[in-house]
Design a protein around this ligand. Structure first.
Ligand code: HEM
Length: 422
């Protein structure tokens, strides 16, 4: 992929280890307001020549193999642990609280391994499959609302409302509380916005209310077990070990943080790319069995999570570079997914091609690999063929706008369409 450059020579050498801070690396600046397309074009051009580039907040990792290697290297810790700090929050009470609470998203080592071991079964493909009929009901209900008009904004009418009922059903929260959950999820997720420091009161209030609600729900389930995730998590046991109430509350929080905005944006990205490939949309409508393959190709080609963050927990040497403890790196899942050393014709969207041997990166990799991947896959595999069948001639009708490419979870902000309802 591209000619060998100074960076690659230094990086591939086993003799000369260069401190990353002093290495001759390409730089992606944040110099002034350049638009998203320009940032993307610059990143693509650099990725064709280099595996790493410097930015003002750390190093961006540009190729599939390197993204995978870093995500699988346990010395690189999840930057979710630093989300509040990175958002510019300085409130000492909040920072102390965040520091003191364990979350599966940011835990590492034995603490993380124990949590994953305890909860893994509750997030199995079989558990996700239980919800498939419910998912179809939700999607059909959402399409029913817009069908008479034959037009919709896919983002506000379908993607936004879709995941909340699923998460509520998963947890066992009643329908009358869907709206509450939706609001809490929205506010809790503000921690990942650039404006989190100004919205701290709102974020904390939502976290407090959700926490209180979850504790009440846990107390109820302890007395009255049901067929839902919360009951499974309460019962989850490994060699006599169980989740504490605080850990159960944290898991519910992680499911809401990890499972709402991700799914809705991924669905938006999917419909947007299918709208540009109407023949593949029709194929999906006629052959819903290809949905699993279609979902993997959508997630590779147009993933909603474009990158993640890691920081060096100790001094790390990799490809000839020495990273000091605390150094931030940002493995680019989107660029890894478009690496032509890993995928054939990666810029082409084609749901009929043989799946690649290696997975796409949109669910991450290594110990933090998406816990909700089976659920997310099921949600997309149910929603997409149904949408294709009921909106077979879907066409863009107006301007499609996108969230800024710097947002943690990327997708369309507006996706207006017309269709003949079926
Ligand atoms: C299409 C939708 C989704 C995408 C693209 C996605 C993507 C990801 C990615 C990339 C990670 C790893 C982040 C990192 O390593 O820094 C992750 C972790 C996680 N996801 Fe998802 N996710 C999706 C849906 C879900 C759903 C539905 C749930 C909840 C049931 C969920 C729960 C989680 C949790 C709890 C983690 C943390 C796992 C850990 O750190 O051990 N995700 N997800």
């Amino acid at each position: 992929m591209g000619a060998t450059t100074t960076t690659d020579q230094a990086a591939d050498s086993t003799t000369a280890i260069v401190p990353a801070a002093e290495a001759d690396l390409p730089t992606i600046g944040m110099d002034g307001p350049i638009d998203d397309d320009e940032i993307r074009a610059r990143m693509n051009a650099i990725a064709a020549e280099h595996w790493i580039a410097r930015t003002p907040v750390g190093y961006v990792i540009l190729r599939y193999d390197d993204v995978l290697a870093i995500l699988r290297d346990k010395r690189w810790h999840n930057a979710a642990a630093k989300a509040a700090e990175l958002a510019g929050i300085t409130d000492p009470d909040y920072l102390a609280e965040a520091e003191g609470s364990v979350s599966i998203l940011s835990a590492e080592g034995d603490v993380h391994m124990r949590l994953r071991r305890l909860v893994a079964k509750s997030f199995s493909p079989r558990s996700a499959d239980r919800l498939r009929p419910f998912m179809r009901d939700v999607v059909n209900g959402l399409i029913d609302e817009v069908a008479p008009a034959g037009r919709a904004d896919i983002v506000t009418d379908i993607c936004e409302p879709y995941p909340i009922p699923i998460i509520c059903e998963l947890l066992g929260a009643p329908k009358e509380d869907w709206k509450l959950f939706s609001k809490w999820a929205e506010d809790v997720l503000r921690i990942f916005n650039g404006t989190a420091a100004d919205e701290l009161d709102m974020i904390r209030a939502a976290q407090r209310d959700l926490d209180e609600y979850t504790r009440a729900m846990i107390a109820k389930r302890r007395d009255d077990p049901r067929d839902d995730l919360l009951t499974d998590l309460i019962a989850a046991e490994e060699a006599g070990d169980r989740l504490s109430t605080d850990e159960l509350v944290m898991m519910v929080n992680a499911v809401i943080v990890g499972g709402t905005d991700t799914t809705r944006n991924q669905l938006g990205c999917a419909v947007a790319v299918f709208a540009e490939h109407p023949e593949q949309w029709r194929l999906l409508a006629e052959h819903p069995k290809i949905a699993p393959r279609a979902v993997e190709e959508v997630m590779r080609h147009s993933g909603a999570i474009r990158g993640t963050g890691r920081f060096a927990s100790e001094e790390i040497e990799y490809r000839g570079l020495r990273f000091a403890p605390g150094t931030m790196v940002m493995p680019s899942l989107a660029l890894g997914n478009r690496d032509d050393a890993a995928f054939e014709a990666p810029a082409t969207f084609d749901i009929t091609k043989e799946p690649a041997e290696q997975p796409h990166l949109t669910f991450g990799s290594g110990i933090h690999y998406c816990l909700g991947a089976s659920l997310a896959r099921a949600e997309l595999q149910e929603a997409l063929p149904l949408l294709a069948r009921r909106m077979p001639d879907l066409e863009i009708d107006g301007e499609v706008t996108w969230k800024p490419s710097t947002t943690a979870i990327f997708g369309p902000a507006r996706l207006p369409v017309t269709f003949t309802p079926h």
